[in-house]
Design a protein around this ligand. Structure first.
Ligand SMILES: C[S@@+](CC[C@H](N)C(=O)[O-])C[C@H]1O[C@@H](n2cnc3c(N)ncnc32)[C@H](O)[C@@H]1O
Length: 301
């Protein structure tokens, strides 16, 4: 087990990929490489192309020196382009283990955690322009209301947005403690930790344009996958899981399902498991992060 990140549902993900030792595989969320290493162990003649937009993950990837392994420090929303550059326009399996790693959460300087005081940063890619501080200090009250409601599922999103705007007019918010102090009076008594976690989740999703990146990635996964290839996606909150489920079941993230002349749904994948796979009780006991994980596996048709 790496101290960088303890991979969630490792065996289930590898089973889901149904690896052909000579095939080409993609891990779009390398992190500490736990899943990537397990994929590589199954390859014989095949190759693995991994992505992560975080500089720290790149340093972890540099520890792997193997002919069958390539790392791209890039956002997975550009997967198709990068695969083409690698001469892999078609692949046999793709894994996405969404969200952030334990390493990112545990580094106070990244600003992802409600547990430590740190700068309001929350960028996975530290070259990106928008930080959480920028969003909190420049978005209108309506924009903040929208992201707190949509991405944090806060019941009092409007009140929270107003509290941020009132507080920032006295002094711009700079640290995670500033944000928690600004929201202290509007957080439900006794449930502050859960409330702050929802606020931080909302900001993180906005800072990293996570929903947009996931949409782009899912579309491209259908385009680059060989027939019979597997898409394996692990999500940690309902918004992501809903998008993945819709895409697998209908070929669309939202709205109307497209049908062909015979009334069949036009979609690139067929679900392998109808219900999402969840971690075992034993795994959750050892790794609390596994509690919210939902794994979906689909096969290209
Ligand atoms: C949950 S961790 C993956 C952990 C990994 N499976 C392991 O076993 O170590 C998610 C990783 O994906 C990266 N990531 C999230 N969204 C991304 C995106 N849109 N493009 C590239 N990397 C992304 C994060 O930087 C983070 O390192």
């Amino acid at each position: 087990m790496s101290s960088y990140h303890n991979p969630v549902m490792l065996a289930e993900c590898i089973d889901g990929l149904n690896i052909d030792p000579e095939g080409t595989y993609v891990d779009v969320t390398f992190g500490g490489g736990g899943h990537s290493l397990a994929i590589m162990e199954k390859l014989k003649g095949g190759k693995l192309i991994a992505f992560d937009q975080d500089e720290d993950a790149k340093k972890e990837a540099e520890k792997i020196q193997h002919r069958s392994f390539t790392f791209c420090q890039a956002n997975f929303r550009y997967m198709k382009q990068y695969l083409k550059l690698q001469g892999a326009s078609k692949v046999n399996g793709i894994l996405a283990d969404l969200g952030i790693s334990s390493h990112q959460i545990d580094e106070a300087s990244r600003g992802f955690s409600t547990r430590f005081d740190g700068p309001l940063d929350m960028r996975m890619d530290r070259k990106a322009k928008a930080t959480a501080a920028k969003i909190l200090n420049s978005y209108t009250e309506e924009q903040l209301h929208k992201i707190f409601g949509m991405y944090g599922e806060l019941k009092n999103a409007k009140t929270a947005a107003k509290a941020v705007v009132t507080n920032r007019s006295k002094k711009p918010l700079a640290t995670t403690l500033d944000l928690k102090t600004a929201l202290q009076s509007v957080a439900p008594r006794g449930k502050e930790n859960k409330y702050f976690a929802q606020v931080f989740q909302a900001l993180r999703i906005e800072v990293n344009a996570e929903m947009q990146a996931l949409e782009d990635f899912l579309h491209q996964s259908g385009e680059v996958m060989e027939k019979g290839g597997r898409l394996v996606v692990m999500s940690y909150h309902s918004l992501e899981d809903r998008l993945v489920k819709n895409y697998i079941n209908t070929g669309k993230m939202f709205g109307e399902v497209e049908k062909d002349f015979f009334g069949n749904k036009v979609k690139p994948f067929e679900a392998v498991n109808r219900k999402p796979i969840e971690a075992s009780v034993e795994e959750i006991e050892q790794n609390s992060r596994a509690r919210s994980a939902k794994l979906r596996v689909a096969e290209k048709i």
